[in-house]
Design a protein around this ligand. Structure first.
Ligand code: MG
Length: 393
């Protein structure tokens, strides 16, 4: 990249999470190119304070109001502005100084601020896939009327993006979405009844936050990524095929109508897709990171996913076909079920039932506006919470 390029101010939403921390690593790697302007955390007050002292943003927001006084007092000797609450986040991302918004918060909570960033015409590095799962139709519509551009941070979608550079969408036959298969890929199906949160948190390849690691164990994450790909690339769900690739070296592939297939490869390290997304649209950022060796790609395998063992894959395709608020309801039920599983309130396999029953119960809205998503999300959470209480552990 040319050193004459103006330094970009970055807003990191979810700066204390796994993607947020790695985004700050990339900002540190290229101090001449990037600066942190806004840092937002939900409740990790101490880490947010530490990040504020290191990166000297213009502003920090602690979403959970209980920590506001604590953060404000800790930074009172600096000129850093401190705010709290979700309305403050949606307001702050529209600041004219901000060039790029990295959306790395967890779950549904990312929706409101992403919509605000689109409204303000920001460049968005999208790590919060739930935004597109919940409200893909609405986000796609909003993007059509905005100079805002979405760049994927998810490694698979970064791979699709790279495979599609210089290609025409009408030449694409299908997308092959790779999945590691998670920690239970080789576990017999009946053993899934008794796995614990600790078992599910041992992901073989990727180091990630707790919520996405459980989503990876159920393969809900791959269902979400199918829906994310559908909206990012304007592809029908039936033209997205999931393929299990346990080594996580091929990050995804695109098959073209002439029989060619392009794949993007790299080490399983989220710094790579973050670095690529932050370099867009100008180009790739040279790095001293560890590079691939022949040994890293000497034993790559691919297999079909097991839809019987991982029923949430089928659930995700069903939600995608239904459209409207169905994916929003699925996401909300999943958030409740995963949080409950992490607290050992329900079994791993109860997650499926809670999602399916919630999807059957909550009324479907065919062509939702923003308020319909808010309403469906609330209804689904309430019903899923009720199901958790009824579940005998
Ligand atoms: Mg991914």
């Amino acid at each position: 990249m040319d050193t004459m390029i103006q330094k970009r101010n970055i807003a990191v939403l979810g700066s204390t999470g796994s993607i947020g921390r790695q985004t700050l690593d990339i900002i540190s790697e290229y101090p001449q190119l990037f600066g942190a302007w806004l840092l937002v955390a939900r409740s990790s007050a101490d880490l947010l304070i530490q990040q504020a002292r290191q990166y000297r943003p213009h502003m920090v927001i602690i979403a959970d109001e209980r920590y506001y006084d604590y953060v404000r007092d800790a930074l009172s000797d600096t000129s850093i502005e401190v705010a709290t609450g979700s309305a403050a986040i949606a307001q702050a991302v529209t600041a004219p100084e901000i060039d790029t918004v990295v959306t790395a918060m967890v779950g549904y909570s990312g929706l409101e601020s992403t919509i605000a960033a689109i409204g303000a015409g920001k460049r968005i590095a999208l790590a919060n896939k739930e935004t597109l799962v919940v409200a893909g139709e609405l986000i796609t519509r909003l993007l059509q009327d905005s100079p805002s551009v979405l760049y994927p941070v998810d490694s698979e979608h970064g791979a699709f993006y790279q495979c599609l550079v210089g290609e025409r969408m009408q030449d694409v036959e299908k997308l092959w979405l790779t999945a590691s298969g998670g920690p239970f890929r080789t576990l017999p199906r009946e053993r899934l009844e008794t796995v614990t949160a600790a078992d599910a948190l041992k992901h073989p390849n990727w180091s990630m936050g707790a919520k996405i690691t459980i989503d990876s164990a159920t393969m809900m994450n791959k269902g979400f990524e199918m829906i994310e790909a559908r909206w990012l690339f304007g592809i029908e769900p039936r033209d997205i095929e999931i393929v299990v690739h346990p080594q996580s070296i091929i990050h995804s592939m695109v098959a073209f109508k002439d029989g060619s297939v392009k794949a993007q490869l790299g080490l399983p390290d989220m710094h790579l897709p973050i670095r690529y997304a932050l370099g867009l649209p100008d180009g790739r950022l040279a790095s001293d990171c560890r590079k691939m060796a022949i040994e890293d790609m000497a034993n790559l395998t691919l297999e079909r996913p097991d839809f019987d063992k991982f029923p949430l894959l089928g659930t995700a395709y069903r939600a995608a076909r239904l459209g409207g608020t169905a994916p929003c309801v699925m996401n909300a039920a999943n958030e409740i079920a995963v949080a409950s599983f992490l607290q050992n309130k329900i079994r791993f396999t109860d997650i499926y039932n809670i999602i399916d029953k919630t999807m059957d119960k909550v009324p479907h809205v065919e062509q939702p506006g923003y308020d319909d998503y808010v309403e469906s999300n609330a209804q689904a959470r309430e019903y899923a919470s009720h199901l958790v209480k009824e579940t005998k552990n």
